[in-house]
Write a protein that binds this ligand. Structure first.
Ligand code: SF4
Ligand code: F3S
Length: 105
């Protein structure tokens, strides 16, 4: 499966949702997640994200932290299928790392 990771937090460009053939993105206040059981691994969303927040779960997630987060919140948050504007202050967060610990709620 593919998963959404730290770079999405407070950027939320939502380009990804427009291309997913199975509509498996879910929206929280600060980031989106992919439902790992619904994702068909097509990979088309990965290049759409301007901040490269989307990765296969086999990369950049050695302890499974992001896969667990995607799984958990995909069950709790509403589905999103239509692109919307990013937060007005997204540029402040585009290159920041470690956003999960600072901003995720
Ligand atoms: Fe959707 Fe394909 Fe991305 Fe999975 S890899 S979230 S199915 S676009
Ligand atoms: Fe987030 Fe990138 Fe989608 S910033 S909303 S994963 S296009």
């Amino acid at each position: 499966t593919y998963i959404v990771t730290d770079a999405c937090i407070r950027c939320k460009f939502t380009d990804c949702v427009e291309v997913c053939p199975v509509d498996c993105f879910y929206e929280g206040e600060n980031m989106l997640v992919i439902h790992p059981d619904e994702c068909i691994d097509c990979g088309v969303c990965e290049p759409e994200c301007p901040v490269e927040a989307i990765v296969p779960d086999t990369e950049d997630d050695p302890d499974g932290k992001w896969l667990a987060l995607n799984s958990k919140y995909a069950e709790a948050w509403p589905n999103i299928t239509v692109k919307k504007d990013p937060p007005p202050d997204y540029q402040k967060y585009e290159t920041e790392t470690g956003k999960l610990e600072k901003y995720f709620s």
